[in-house]
Structure formats: C-alpha cells, structure tokens
Design a protein around this ligand. Structure first.
Ligand code: DP6
Length: 406
C-alpha cells in the first residue's frame, strides 16, 4: 500500500473571482488575487492510499458532525464527481509521461481517500478551495505528477487553484478555450507584508443560502453592473492592486480590497433575484473598519489601516497590520462581545493575543448595538505557505494496514 497525507490552506481573495466564461471546466471572467492563510489555524487534510488489495475506489469526508445525513450524502456525491475528474486528469497526465514500473502499476490500483477540514464547510469560509486543492495535491504526490496542479484544482472549484500556492497568488483567467492558460501563480511570498494578521469574524458558521456556483451564474445572466465590472472596473483594479503589492503600498492595498469586496456584493445585489450574502452584522463590522480607518487617516498613520473582504457569506475577513492587532481585537471584543455562555478563549480562536487597553478615541467607535453573540467567534491567523506533505505516520487519516479511516 502506498499512502500520502497532505494538508492544504484556505485562501481569501482580495480581488474576487465572481462569474465564469466556461462552467464545465471552470474558466473565470476575470483574474483574481488572494492571500493564502496559515495552515496551523485552518486547513484541509487528505490521505490518499492506493493498494493492489483494494477492491473499489472509496472516499470518506469526515468531520461533518454539524451536517445532516442528507447533506453529508450530497457532499459525498459532489466530491466524488470532482474526485473522478481530478483523478482522470492526474491519470492522463501521469500516463502521458510514460512512467515506468511501479507507478504504472499504481495507476491500475484502486484508491481510498479520506479528507477532513478543521473549520466549517460551506459557510463562505473557502472550505471547498482547501479541500479540492488538498485532494489534487495529494493525488499529484501519489502519482508523481510534475508541473502545474492549479489548472486541475481549478476544475473542482475555481478558487481552489489559488490554494496550490502560498503567500499572494494571482489566478490568470486565461484566453484559451481549453483552459490550459487559466492557472494560478504565486506573486509574492507569505511575509511580503511583514507580520500581517488576519481576523475572520464568523457571523454565521452554517451553510450559505445560494452557493457560489449558482450565485455567480445568476449574476452573469442577469446583472448589467456585472458587464461593467468584467469589462472595466475589475481589470483596472487588478492592475492597480498588482502595483500596490509591488510597491508595498498598504494603504492603497486596503482601499482596493474593500472596493472589490463591495463591488462583488453590489453585483450580487444587482442579480435577479438578488443574492444577499452580507447581513446587518456584516455591515456593522464593515462600518467599524471604516470608523477605525478614519482615526488612522486623521493621524496620518496610513500604514496601520485595516481592510475587510466578504466572500459569498456574512463572515468578514479582516487584514490587520501586526502592530495594531491587539488594539483591533480589543475593539472587536468591545463592539461584538461574546455570547453570554462564551469565554474569551472560546471566542477568539487561533493565534493567542493579549488584549490591549483601548484609547478614549477608539472607545467611542462602533454602532449603538453592543449586544453579545452577534458574532459567533473570531479566528486570528496569518498569511501562510502552500500545501504540505505530512511525513509522520500520525498525520495519516487512513490505517496503514487496512486502508480505512483510523
Ligand atoms: C466569493 O470557487 O466556490 O469566494 O468555482 O463555482 O466552485 P466555484 O466557486 P468558488 O467561488 C468562490 C468565490 C468567492 C470569491 C473568491 O474566492 O475569489
């Protein structure tokens, strides 16, 4: 039996992918740019085992205790379709290379795959991106596939292609019909903006109402504003973002990130019927960030601005310079206190951080509503690297003798 275990990261786009030019092989209408998040706090883990003694291909998706049985079955079905696509792609590439001996044997063996996420699935937390990237990366390792894996991961879930790399990543939409030039590439290392922190404000960890795939299809079909986004604004903004990244211009980076998130949600609202992802709590978080930035701008402290971005869900993802992370966490704890039965340690997950005392000026920020439990919890993390190969036996999700989950 040959067994490989890998982990893969979540990524959060600062220039959003929203809309496809080809739904079958997932080709986007615009380029997008993302940060890859550190895997210590959030990752997908996948073990792939191949053996001549396996009698069929089998797949397990664990850790879904919060899902209904029906949902788990549905998810399994979706995953197995993607799995077969990814598997065929990997197979085709591997056989093209006319591999010798053992790998050619391995291609004919059945496969067992077990995958887990350590964070909520389908809550707009980019769980599918990490899951598909991990699956493709692990299969790539098993079959010794060299070269670009992002174009395979893309076919599982578009945003997954960006999780194949660490740091800042750009997914080029490509021009060709076969999608071979629609690939992700790293554009800057994880420490490009040194000591950058990410705080995910989880407003709802349940499933989103309209999935991204359906939502973006409806937007492309019905929104006139989307035509403007695709032809003009997102193209210009992507180039401005590349420049801001190259120049390490944090203030411009923040403005562009906020503008692109807001534009994505504007085209969602311009969709008929509208796709509404942000809630009152999401808007309250966005408003707090703007109030905070006004304080920084008034002091000429542009390097300590904060920015937000929202995917297809109500959860805010904040990018926070390390020097102000304690202050920002304290501000979030004051404006969005934990629910009555929640301790601060349960509420702020991820990297531990001591709380800071807020200045009088910052104490005056926030809206009128300081009710506990508006946010479910926060995840404090940082930028991270691409998929990892786990060499220790304990990481494996499958038993090394039976090939079934431990
Ligand atoms: C809002 O990659 O989930 O997170 O390709 O249809 O599977 P499919 O969509 P998916 O879309 C994610 C869109 C987004 C923005 C982004 O990550 O760029």
């Amino acid at each position: 039996m040959k067994t490989i275990t890998c982990t893969a990261p979540v990524n959060i786009a600062v220039i959003k992918y929203w809309g496809k030019r080809d739904e079958k092989i997932i080709l986007p209408l615009n380029d997008s740019i993302s940060f890859t998040l550190n895997q210590d706090e959030m990752c997908a883990r996948t073990t792939v085992a191949v053996s001549p003694s396996f009698t069929e291909d089998r797949f397990w998706l664990n850790g879904n205790s919060y899902c209904s049985v029906l949902f788990a079955v549905f998810l399994l079905l979706v995953y197995s379709i993607v799995l077969s696509r990814a598997y065929i792609s990997v197979r085709r590439r591997a056989s093209k290379r006319k591999l010798e001996g053992s790998i050619e044997d391995i291609l004919n063996w059945h496969v067992h795959i077990c995958s887990v996420n350590n964070f909520p699935t389908a809550a707009g937390l980019a769980s599918s991106a990490a899951g598909y990237a991990c699956l493709v990366y692990a299969l790539g390792q098993v079959y010794g596939v060299e070269g670009d894996l992002s174009s395979i991961a893309r076919q599982g879930s578009g945003s997954a292609c960006r999780s194949i790399y660490g740091g800042l990543v750009r997914w080029y939409k490509g021009e060709l019909d076969d999608g071979t030039d629609s690939v992700a590439q790293p554009i800057a290392p994880p420490d490009h903006f040194p000591n950058l922190r990410i705080i995910i404000c989880v407003a709802n960890a349940g499933r989103k109402k309209t999935g991204s795939t359906d939502g973006m299809r409806q937007t492309v079909q019905t929104s006139r504003l989307m035509e403007y986004r695709v032809k003009e604004s997102v193209v210009t903004r992507t180039e401005a973002m590349m420049e801001a990244i190259q120049d390490k211009n944090w203030s411009t980076f923040c403005d562009l990130t906020i503008a692109d998130s807001n534009e994505m949600h504007a085209v969602c609202l311009d969709t008929f019927p509208p796709c509404v992802y942000m809630t009152d709590t999401s808007h309250a978080v966005a408003s707090l960030v703007h109030q905070y930035n006004e304080v920084k701008i008034a002091r000429g402290d542009l390097n300590h601005k904060v920015c937000y971005t929202f995917d297809a869900g109500p959860n805010a993802c904040l990018f926070v310079p390390g020097a102000v992370v304690k202050e920002v966490l304290a501000l979030l704890l004051r404006t969005f206190p934990p629910g009555p039965s929640q301790s601060p340690t349960e509420y702020v997950k991820g990297i531990p951080a001591q709380s800071a005392t807020l200045s009088k000026e910052l104490m005056s920020l926030g809206d009128e509503d300081f009710e506990g439990g508006r946010l479910k919890y926060l995840i404090h993390t940082r930028v991270g690297d691409g998929p990892r190969l786990m060499l220790d036996a304990e990481s494996s999700l499958l038993d090394h003798t039976t090939g079934v989950p431990k």
